[in-house]
Ligand binder design. Structure first.
Ligand SMILES: Cc1cc2nc3c(=O)[nH]c(=O)nc-3n(C[C@H](O)[C@H](O)[C@H](O)COP(=O)(O)OP(=O)(O)OC[C@H]3O[C@@H](n4cnc5c(N)ncnc54)[C@H](O)[C@@H]3O)c2cc1C
Length: 603
């Protein structure tokens, strides 16, 4: 541990440094790489225990907080007062059962065998955290939640585990939340970050935290096989004047103006996933699930580049489950992009028809909002770069929501008056803007006319393929409408949509009353072109139950720890194959807390 002064050698930073200047070295207790949510929680747990920390980030201060600032702030909580107030009966046992059914961990993980063993152990503890301490811990830090708990990832597969464990019969998954668990934070992502940013600022004032931006870690230094520090590239200033959101999230240059070496008792990797690195995502995508298309949208800022993962691997760290990713099939291009290929995810209600690039319906239970990965794999197995929602104006107004803090100004700004719009007729502002401005929202009076416009959009997109036959679309719409008009119906989507309205929140704000798509007063027909949107990385650095990074043979790589998305949200893959949503921010909080405390105790 470094003695009393903040840093044994504090380097002097100058903004106008001449290119590639080598700066004096620093010695500290811990270097945390990445000032996103997981890095912040880790750093502030360490400083709370009196450890001295250097927190580095390649981005400018404008982007402090990483992805979490942009997030919707949805948290997976179990057995909360908010759930109870909505009449939801949840329990840790039910949540853990759902988790395992969705994760499909490799056989033996529960017995501590195989590469999934640590992910499994972290998952078990995470569900306990989500059902236990997480809410009170955050509540004590001023975090509050929107009372209407949302139901993400409903699944819709038959339940019943095969006796003796192992993979279930049939679809190979029993994915989904049995009950609503997605708690939107009042103030969305920025409100989750706020207490940890405040704690970091306080630690800075106390002389325990040295926060350095425009510092890219380009290598780990090792001594006798242990990680003992980092090699840092000092990046040139990134002017943010005039940029939207004060420059937050905008791509910054990688011009190196200096280098630094920092020696530390331990190094924590908190650098996020690979979502903005489409080449890496394509390269790792499981070939059994087809291919990720050439044309994709990014649901994360360019800083989510995944490069630090291979830097850690170069130092001996094991990466596991790199083929496990959590991208979305329901992306639309942002009309006001902040980062490269900036896409927004539609959080859909269940009523839209979901059609593939050639107009075929996705199979049950791949209805909007039921199984994101299943729907995505359906698209990638076909080799397509898009699919379609077909609906009408009234369904769009009731059921379309958008993910992200900036797309939800009512919740982010804690604006109750604006929030009331969600229960009133008409689309909320951000959805209405896409409806009016996005070329991917295609409107028509008849299915035949709609198909023509859908095809024109695809034909105008270089490299894209697919054709929707106008007569086929008219027939699908008519058949679906006949099912709805019957009042009951056998179509599984129609049946499932009716069932969602048994939940009072869905009935109130999320699910339109089932009616024929061609109901004249429900407005024109609408088709929305959906593109693949990259977002989360489920695999990552393999870690033991305290967050120490492991080598391929399972031994500890001394000195290296990992948290957050870089660690697969725990153990190298807490989610297994599928996520229940709201578990990513929670996974950053959990890994940061557990690892920060364990590391502090170990120094
Ligand atoms: C629009 C959006 C909506 C979301 N909504 C939700 C939600 O509702 N619920 C939920 O659970 N999750 C949500 N997520 C996901 C969640 O926000 C992220 O998984 C989580 O914030 C990741 O945090 P992190 O600390 O692991 O990584 P990041 O936030 O990515 O932070 C990593 C930091 O490391 C820095 N870095 C990377 N490499 C280096 C290097 N070599 N040297 C120095 N610095 C480096 C980066 O600049 C970055 O600042 C959402 C994400 C987005 C983008």
């Amino acid at each position: 541990m470094c003695p009393a002064p903040l840093l044994c050698h504090t380097s002097v930073m100058s903004a106008d440094a001449s290119p590639a200047v080598a700066r004096p070295g620093t010695t500290t207790d811990v270097v945390v790489i990445g000032a996103g949510l997981s890095g912040l929680v880790t750093a502030t747990e360490l400083t709370a225990a009196g450890r001295r920390v250097v927190l580095l980030d390649q981005e400018p201060e404008a982007s402090f907080g990483g992805q979490a600032w942009w997030s919707f702030g949805g948290l997976f909580l179990v057995g909360s007062p908010e759930q109870r107030a909505m009449g939801v009966h949840d329990s840790p046992e039910l949540a853990w059962s759902d988790w395992q059914d969705s994760a499909q961990f490799s056989p033996g993980a529960e017995r501590g065998e195989g590469p999934d063993r640590h992910g499994y152990a972290w998952a078990h503890r995470f569900v306990e955290f989500a059902a236990g301490d997480m809410r009170s811990w955050l509540h004590a830090r001023g975090v509050r939640w929107f009372p209407l708990v949302q139901w993400a990832e409903r699944g819709g597969y038959t339940v019943g585990r095969r006796s003796g464990g192992g993979r279930p019969e049939g679809d190979g998954t029993q994915h989904g939340n049995s009950v609503p668990r997605f708690h939107v934070t009042w103030g969305t992502g920025p409100a989750i970050l706020r207490p940890f940013v405040a704690a970091a600022r306080a630690a800075q004032d106390a002389g325990l935290l040295d926060l350095r931006f425009r510092r890219r870690v380009a290598g780990l230094t090792t001594t006798d096989g242990a990680v003992t520090g980092v090699r840092v590239e000092v990046l040139a200033d990134h002017p943010t004047d005039g940029l939207p959101f004060g420059g937050r999230g905008s791509p910054s240059n990688r011009d190196v103006v200096g280098t630094e070496e920092i020696t530390a008792g331990a190094v924590v990797v908190a650098t996020g996933g690979i979502g903005a690195n489409h080449d890496l995502a394509r390269a790792h995508w499981d070939p059994e699930a087809g291919t990720l298309p050439d044309r994709m949208l990014s649901g994360v800022p360019d800083s989510t580049d995944g490069l630090m993962l291979s830097t850690a691997a170069d130092a001996g760290a094991a990466l596991v489950h790199e083929e496990r990713m959590w991208h979305y099939p329901e992306g639309i291009a942002n009309h006001s992009p902040v980062w490269t290929n900036h896409g927004i995810r539609i959080l859909p209600g269940p009523s839209s028809l979901w059609l593939d690039a050639d107009g075929g319906r996705l199979p049950a239970p791949l209805f909007p909002g039921f199984d994101a990965l299943g729907a995505l794999q359906h698209v990638t197995r076909r080799g397509d770069d898009h699919s379609w929602f077909v609906l009408n104006k009234a369904i769009m107004e009731s059921e379309f929501a958008l993910s992200g803090s900036e797309q939800n100004p009512d919740l982010t700004g804690k604006d109750v008056k604006l929030l009331a719009q969600r229960v009133l007729p008409g689309a909320v502002g951000p959805v209405a803007r896409f409806a009016a401005e996005s070329p991917e929202f295609v409107w028509a009076e008849t299915p035949e006319e709609l198909a023509g416009r859908m095809n024109a959009l695809v034909d105008a997109t270089p490299g894209s393929r697919g054709h929707v036959d106008p007569d086929d679309l008219a027939r699908v719409v008519a058949q679906r409408d006949a099912q709805v008009s019957s009042g009951l119906g056998k179509d599984p989507q129609v049946v499932a949509t009716r069932a969602t309205r048994d939940y009072r929140v869905d009935k109130l704000i999320r699910v339109a009353k089932p009616r024929p798509l061609t109901t004249p007063k429900d407005g024109p027909l609408l088709a929305v072109r959906l593109s693949v949107l990259t977002r989360k990385t489920l695999g990552g650095l393999w870690c033991d139950p305290s967050g120490r990074v492991l080598q391929a043979d399972g031994s500890v790589l001394a000195g290296l720890w990992a948290v957050g998305e870089a660690a697969g949200f725990g153990g190298g893959g807490v989610h297994g194959h599928r996520a229940l949503e709201g578990t990513f921010l929670g996974g950053c909080l959990h890994t940061g807390r557990v690892t920060g405390r364990a590391l502090a105790a170990s120094l």
